[in-house]
Design a protein around this ligand. Structure first.
Ligand code: COA
Length: 169
């Protein structure tokens, strides 16, 4: 699915009601009582709206660095409740063959409501015309991604711990 027609898709989730789709690349769902809007646009987002993410990271990126990450990503989907950003997912691509999903997080206060699965589902829709879409995860999360149609492969990685908060500008 291309960026341009993101808004044309209807979004469904087991525990959600579709509330409406507009022509501005946004969609709104009700998750067990609260309303969450999904958007692939980050224009107007401020660093102040990005507090509370990277939970548990010893040296997390600052909200300002988080905003740089969103702006530097090929694809982004943001989940909001009102003005509060409660979840996000990013992807980087070569624009031709390959895509990688490096980051997915839902704020602790909003977990287990289906928001994470919806973010993955929408990102996989956006990336559906790429040959390979990869991510790495803890083994405990395999069922979460398998439920989204993904399968397990062996991955290799390097983690440069002294850059966990991001490269300097
Ligand atoms: C993973 C994450 C995005 C899921 O978001 P969410 O909105 O809670 O996800 P959903 O409500 O759609 O699905 C929840 C289900 O995912 C699975 N799940 C979520 N986190 C899990 C974990 N750490 N280990 C195993 N299963 C997990 C469980 O099956 C869970 O079901 P439950 O709520 O009945 O326990 C969220 O837990 C999170 O932000 N975690 C910290 C960051 C992270 O691990 N990101 C993924 C990087 S690969």
């Amino acid at each position: 699915m291309s960026k341009a027609n993101f808004h044309q898709f209807s979004f469904y989730l087991e525990n959600s009601d579709v509330l409406g789709i507009n022509q501005n690349s946004t969609n709104t769902l009700r998750h067990n009582g609260y309303v969450v809007t999904y958007s692939d646009r980050i224009a107007g987002i401020t660093a102040q709206q990005l507090t509370g993410f990277f939970e548990g990271w010893p040296t997390p990126p600052s909200p300002e660095t988080h905003l740089r990450i969103l702006k530097g990503s090929s694809e982004v989907i943001i989940a909001r409740e009102g003005e509060e950003i409660v979840g996000f997912i990013t992807a980087i691509t070569d624009g031709v063959l390959c895509a990688y999903i490096p980051l997915l997080e839902v704020k602790g206060s909003h977990r287990s409501q289906g928001i994470g699965k919806e973010l993955v589902r929408l990102m996989l829709l956006k990336l559906s015309d790429y040959y390979m879409v990869d991510l790495t995860c803890d083994s405990a999360l395999r069922p979460f991604y398998v439920s989204q149609g993904m399968s397990a492969l062996t991955a290799m990685s390097i983690r440069n711990r002294n850059r966990q908060s991001g490269r300097p500008e």
